[in-house]
Design a protein around this ligand. Structure first.
Ligand code: UDP
Length: 428
């Protein structure tokens, strides 16, 4: 009895505080949107004039359901510029926040109920979920991102709005609705699988033929290397699946007229792959990186996923004379999936040369993956990844090694995509 009354006494002020802060945030949102409406008056007047000229209503109301299943009537201008600026009227009325529950997808009824009971929330124009969707980040799931959203501080929400605006500026364009949703897209003469992480993991962990299938991750560096060396480009073309990795590839995908799905880089995919390997009873072999790094990666992975089967590990500096021994070691481990972390273009050449001798089911080229999972190199902070700028972190960590790749390579890639139009032509 004593405990209950103690808890009640302790929780009432917390809820009181929570609702006070929500009211404060709503007031800030509403006042700020009123200010923005005043600033946008000339633009809005122009939109109304356009509608008047075309003899149609100035505003449309579209009903949308947020992730928690609540219907909100959102307002948009029918004509003119920045049609979404009419959403400010929703914010002024307190029906919408600048940052809040997303609209793009819906949670299951059970999850909606659970969250609705725990949180007092409003739908929002910007959300962590939508930000991760624009960038293609797959590290966290929808529910985790929504809970993060609902627990975020005022400063985190302000940063979210700033990041979302930046991302919309760089990664979104007015023609987004016209983008095609193809599963296989041809970029730079390569057939790239434009798939979700789940689909990629399905491909990696299912096996239908006698020889191993090969998957490569294609990023800005692979394209730059391929445009410099036709031999490397031909090697990339021999893979059974090519996964699109990084924000540069997202930009190229959009420029070519396709809607990019998930950013399928090896680092974000590994946790999903480990879980699926446990489910399907598949084992991994880790080949590559400096001595000790693959072993440390294996220890870290088995700490996080105790049921994960790691059939073997080997560093990536075996002399060519000992290659046959290495192949025997891999085959005798009876691994299902071989992860090869030798960096490009060494890993792609090695995989293609040794494919016929290997008895595993799938071989993936994973670059510097083990350096991250062993703790050799730290992963970039989430806020940089949310801006699609993970490469900046890698450049800071290894300025000498990565200078050419990023400082010269990234602008060169963008020049090739936007000025030479090479993403769609696939030629130099
Ligand atoms: N590496 C290797 N053997 C070699 C050359 C490189 O095992 O002969 C390893 C290197 O230690 C590093 C990885 O390959 O762990 C390459 O990492 P990088 O960051 O270049 O790959 P990315 O992910 O950027 O393709």
């Amino acid at each position: 009895m004593k405990t209950i009354s103690y808890l009640t006494l302790r929780t009432i002020p917390v809820f009181a505080l929570l609702s006070k802060s929500t009211v404060k945030v709503n007031l800030v949102n509403r006042s700020f949107s009123a200010l923005l409406i005043i600033c946008c008056m000339p633009l809005m007047a122009l939109n109304v004039l356009c509608a008047f000229y075309k003899r149609t209503p100035a505003l449309s109301t579209i009903s949308k359901q947020d992730a928690l299943g609540r219907t909100v009537s959102l307002q948009y201008f029918n004509h003119g510029l920045f049609k979404q600026s009419a959403l400010l009227f929703n914010v002024v009325r307190g029906e919408l926040n600048f940052s809040g529950v997303h609209f793009s997808d819906s949670l299951s009824c059970a999850k909606q109920q659970k969250i609705n009971q725990q949180y007092n929330s409003t739908a929002g124009i910007f959300s962590f979920y939508d930000l991760h969707k624009i960038i293609g980040l797959v590290a966290a799931n929808e529910e985790q991102l929504l809970i993060k959203q609902l627990n975020s501080t005022l400063l985190q929400r302000q940063c979210l709005i700033a990041k979302s605006l930046l991302c919309l500026l760089f990664y979104s364009n007015n023609d987004d609705k016209k983008l095609k949703n193809n599963k296989i897209i041809n970029l730079f003469d390569l057939n790239i699988a434009n798939v979700t992480t789940n689909e990629a993991i399905n491909w990696i962990t299912t096996h239908h033929s006698f020889s191993p299938k090969i998957g490569f991750y294609i990023n800005v560096q692979s394209i730059n290397l391929g445009l410099k060396s036709s031999k490397f480009m031909k090697q990339l073309q021999q893979a059974d699946a090519l996964f699109s990795d990084g924000s540069g590839m997202r930009l190229a995908t959009k420029k070519a007229g396709y809607q990019p799905t998930d950013n399928n880089n090896g680092t974000d995919m590994l946790p999903h792959l480990c879980n699926r390997c446990i489910e399907k009873d598949k084992s991994l072999f880790l080949l590559g990186a400096k001595p000790g790094v693959a072993l440390q990666t294996s220890k870290n992975l088995t700490n996080t996923y105790p049921e994960l089967l790691i059939a073997g590990v080997q560093h990536g500096y075996t002399p060519p004379a000992d290659n046959d021994q290495l192949i025997t070691q891999i085959n005798e481990s009876h691994c299902d999936i071989l992860l090869v972390a030798l960096g490009s273009p060494i890993q792609e050449s090695w995989i293609l040369e040794n494919r016929s001798k290997l008895k595993c089911q799938t071989i993936l080229a994973v670059g510097g993956l083990f350096d991250f999972y062993s703790g050799e190199i730290s992963r970039s902070p989430l806020w940089l990844r949310e801006l699609g700028l993970e490469w900046v972190w890698r450049l800071i960590q290894e300025p000498k090694n990565k200078f050419y790749r990023y400082v010269v390579g990234n602008p060169l890639f963008l020049f090739r995509v936007y000025f030479l139009g090479l993403a769609t032509k696939g030629e130099k």
